[in-house]
Design a binder for this molecule. Structure first.
Ligand code: NAP
Ligand code: ZN
Ligand code: ZN
Length: 347
């Protein structure tokens, strides 16, 4: 299938128009016309090879919402015309212990991520959602609830599940004090979801101009994380903290805010290692974890939860031609609170 996209040719070149062929529709596949694609900070880390290991050309994008235009003969979950989503994964082995447990993101034989992964079908590399269409096995296609705005629902496919999964795994519930560090794409979804689960939510931000928005998004309190006195007021008080920061920062400053046996889960992936003062874990038997997106079953559960609670992302809709400018703004934390590309702009 002839496909038009935006790709980066090197770690330092801007994203620019690119043409390639998708595989032909297989019997288990759904062919999707992409309507919207969210812009995740992982796209930027990958395009600029900040985590190393990027294969070029690189077509990023893993917050895909579109319309099924054609389905393979054995597809039974979707039909042409359905509104569908694709997140960070397009395949896995489906037989290892983790796949069997619906945790395809941890496939022992290697998850096929939506972009920059080995593509079993073409022998090349997978190309993501900054494109006009994609062909995906139905097992990795999600249903988008009818009541949600399609552009604003796109970020649920990564930012939504990445924050929903650790909140659930840590049993965040009514009355608990929960912190969200960094108010960007992931952070603002974390606030909305933690609030919907009944938690008392505290946002930690380095951007003083985000305070009003944080409260509007549902935060009960906002802390300027650069202010040591404000931080000190929250010592030993959190059940759970979700850290979404994309760059180097001091996690010890947050670990000491946890109650006894509290947990801080890191979902942000700064390219450089973070330094850990083990004292902040030892005193209070606190724990530090990581979490990677969520499995397909949990992603559908999250979408249905968002449909029920009418939760979507706060977005800035951009044309594909504005993508390089959007990346420059992401680096400056100037995002309110997710860029979403209107794929109609890709001609
Ligand atoms: P984003 O929209 O750019 O938000 C990141 C936020 O972090 C910024 O808005 C800013 O919030 C804060 N921040 C940035 N630089 C900072 C610094 N130097 N010190 C302190 N705070 C800083 O990014 P995103 O799309 O939410 O992604 C966040 C991170 O999660 C990225 O590293 C991304 O790769 C990763 N990620 C992980 C997973 C996973 O499965 N684990 C999934 C998706 C993304 P304030 O302005 O409020 O301070
Ligand atoms: Zn992402
Ligand atoms: Zn597997």
């Amino acid at each position: 299938m002839k496909t038009t996209a935006y790709a980066a040719e090197t770690a330092t070149s801007p994203l620019a128009p690119f043409h390639f062929q998708r595989r032909d529709l297989g019997k288990h596949d759904v062919q999707i016309e992409i309507l919207y694609c969210g812009v995740c900070h992982s796209d930027l880390h990958t395009v600029r090879s900040e985590w190393q290991g990027t294969t070029y050309p690189c077509v990023p994008g893993h917050e895909i919402v579109g319309r099924a235009v054609q389905v393979g003969e054995e597809v039974n979950k979707f039909k042409a015309g359905d509104t569908v989503g694709v997140g960070c994964m397009v395949d896995s082995c489906r037989s290892c212990a983790n796949c069997q447990d619906n945790l395809e993101q941890f496939c022992e034989n290697g998850t096929t991520f939506t972009y920059n992964s080995a593509d079993k079908h073409t022998g090349g590399i997978t190309y993501g959602g900054y494109s006009d269409g994609i062909v995906v096995d139905q097992a990795f296609v999600l249903k988008i609830p009818d009541n949600l705005d399609l552009a604003a629902a796109a970020p649920l496919l990564c930012a939504g599940i990445t924050t929903y999964s650790p909140l659930h795994h840590n049993n965040v519930s009514k009355g608990q004090k929960v912190g969200v560090v960094g108010l960007g794409g992931l952070g603002h979804m974390g606030v909305k979801l933690a609030k919907a689960l009944g938690a008392h939510v505290v946002v930690f931000t380095t951007s003083s101009n985000k305070v009003e928005d944080a409260l509007r998004l549902g935060a009960d309190e906002v802390v300027n994380s650069k202010n040591a006195d404000e931080m000190k007021k929250h010592l030993n008080s959190f059940h759970f903290i979700l850290d979404t920061v994309s760059a180097q920062h001091d996690i010890n400053a947050y670990l000491v805010l946890l109650k006894r046996q509290g947990n801080l889960t890191q979902v942000g992936v700064p390219p450089e290692p973070l330094s850990l003062n083990v004292g902040s874990l030892i005193f209070g038997r606190r724990s530090l974890s990581g979490s990677l997106i969520g499995g397909i079953k949990e992603t559908q559960e999250m979408l249905d939860f968002c449909g029920k609670h009418n939760i979507t992302s706060d977005i800035e809709l951009i044309s594909i031609q504005q993508i390089n400018e959007a990346y420059d703004r992401l680096v400056k934390s100037d995002v309110k609170y997710r860029f979403v590309i209107d794929m109609a702009s890709l001609q």
